[in-house]
Design a protein around this ligand. Structure first.
Ligand SMILES: Cc1ncc(COP(=O)(O)O)c(C=O)c1O
Length: 341
């Protein structure tokens, strides 16, 4: 009897101890989980606030999702190891272009350009990033209504960031293919706009290039002149002169394109904006793509034709060098291109 009582109370005590241990173990797991989640948490800007990514959700009924009427930007921030600092590149210019684009789509949002710059800086800081990143603001009609139109809807902006090294190769030179797809034109879907729907055209061209063993597409416009890549502007070099299609040749008015023009002119090269015929690509001394994502990417082969000696050209390399120093804050005269985050 006594023994039975003794064993019963021992059993109860053991059970309580196990329960207590399980509770501690559970709490510890929870604590660790939250801790780990905090460290790896990605924050995004959504509906006027910076929130954890998993809290930023839109409905499947969202109007712009169906009609491609979202306007977006692609911005970069670079990490400089020497100064241990993040530098935002052309923040103002990107948000200015976003606002120009929004104007064409009759979109208005609550945030101003200056506020968006501050929000973006805060977002990058909050995500605690120390690497080169891409920043993607997207403005969309958030109404849960059908009908492809640009009036009577409310526009909202969301912004997210993600680490991005080289979007396409910048060292060895890439292969390009002249696309069988023609570039959109200003009277259908204006290529001047970074509007989601226009990127169906880019997706067709890029996919065709990839399926044919090339790295990138070169797209001709309806007139048959060279316009640009799937997500980059294009320069050719002939006899020491840089040539790029004019803004009326169905291109996105690239911010990097402007930077390249400035660098080239500062290096003493002449830059001409004029139509480029397809075969000029093949006989050019050098060809390169440029863009926020692409940076400066030499093209060494087009449609199986070797460009120059089939290696990245000297002028391209010089421009690349200046560009990469400028984006990491190493060149005082281009310091105004970047902001410290
Ligand atoms: C179609 C297209 N052209 C050109 C560019 C290059 O523009 P930016 O230098 O402003 O990034 C991009 C990239 O955003 C693009 O999507």
């Amino acid at each position: 009897m006594l023994m039975e009582k003794y064993f019963n109370s021992l059993g109860e005590n053991l059970l309580s101890i196990i329960k207590l241990l399980l509770l501690i173990y559970n709490k510890l797991l929870k604590f660790l989980y939250i801790g780990v989640k905090e460290v790896f948490m990605e924050y995004v800007y959504f509906e006027g606030k910076i929130v954890p990514e998993d809290e930023a959700k839109i409905s499947v009924k969202t109007n712009s999702l169906h009609y491609g009427t979202a306007i977006f930007e692609g911005i970069r921030a670079y990490y400089d190891k020497d100064t241990d600092k993040m530098y935002g590149l052309f923040f103002k210019e990107h948000y200015q272009r976003l606002f120009q684009n929004m104007k064409v789509l009759n979109m208005e949002i609550e945030e101003s350009i200056d506020e968006l710059i501050e929000i973006t800086k805060e977002l990058v800081r909050k995500n605690n990033i120390k690497s080169d990143i891409y920043i993607r603001p997207l403005v969309y009609f958030s109404d849960l209504k059908i009908s492809p139109k640009l009036i009577g809807y409310t526009a909202k902006i969301t912004i997210y960031t993600y680490p991005l090294g080289d979007y396409i190769d910048i060292n060895n030179g890439i292969k390009a293919k002249v696309s069988s797809w023609r570039r959109l034109n200003d009277n259908s879907i204006p290529p001047r706009l970074k509007v989601a729907g226009a990127y169906v055209n880019s997706a067709f061209a890029k996919t065709e290039a990839l399926l044919n063993g090339a790295d990138e597409a070169i797209v001709l416009n309806e007139k048959g002149f060279v316009s640009e890549g799937s997500a980059e502007n294009l320069f050719i070099v002939r006899n020491g002169k840089l040539i790029t299609p004019p803004v009326s040749d169905d291109i996105l008015e690239g911010i990097t394109r402007n930077a390249v023009k400035t660098i080239a002119e500062d290096l003493g090269y002449e830059v001409e904006e004029r139509h480029i015929a397809r075969t000029e690509l093949y006989v050019a001394d050098e060809v390169f793509f440029c863009g926020t994502g692409a940076q400066i990417s030499p093209v060494v082969e087009i449609d199986h034709v070797k460009i120059g000696d089939g290696k990245p050209g000297d002028i391209t390399k010089k421009i690349q060098e200046v560009y990469f120093n400028a984006v990491r804050g190493k060149i005082p005269k281009y310091r105004h291109w970047i902001i410290e985050i």
